[in-house]
Design a protein around this ligand. Structure first.
Ligand SMILES: [Zn+2]
Length: 132
């Protein structure tokens, strides 16, 4: 069993409830996503949980070949860098896009995306899908 810091556990608990949450600095208004307890913009430590808009832009991607037991279920998949509407960028899995169409995906960059929640080995993770 993985031992999580309290704010990390809260993040996963929110995902179980279907909510994609981040932390917002009360001092300068910057967002931290995934959540960290200290603001990267002003070093403030007074942050509050806020629901993220769930939108952003895919700015880069690669195809990852998983080489552990997870591969049995997922094998190869896209991993992308998403710049959220609120500012932070994070890395996540792209769902529902053909692995053989990577040049089409490249041509669409920066592509508008919606965040989603993906079940993965007993945890829920933030993923994303392309907007139509
Ligand atoms: Zn701040």
């Amino acid at each position: 069993m993985v031992k999580m810091q309290p704010y990390v556990k809260m993040w996963y608990d929110y995902l179980e409830e279907g909510k994609i949450m981040g932390l917002k600095c009360k001092k300068c208004g910057a967002y931290e996503f995934p959540p960290v307890p200290v603001c990267n913009s002003c070093s403030g430590t007074d942050l509050e949980w806020v629901e993220m808009k769930g939108t952003g832009k895919l700015i880069s991607f690669s195809i990852m070949q998983l080489m552990d037991k997870v591969q049995v279920k997922y094998g190869r998949r896209y991993i992308g860098q998403v710049q959220l509407t609120e500012g932070p960028a994070f890395t996540a899995t792209l769902e529902d896009f053909d692995l053989n169409k990577r040049e089409e995906l490249y041509d669409r960059l920066p592509a508008d995306v919606n965040l989603g929640i993906m079940q993965f080995d007993g945890f829920k993770f933030v993923s994303f899908k392309l907007k139509d």
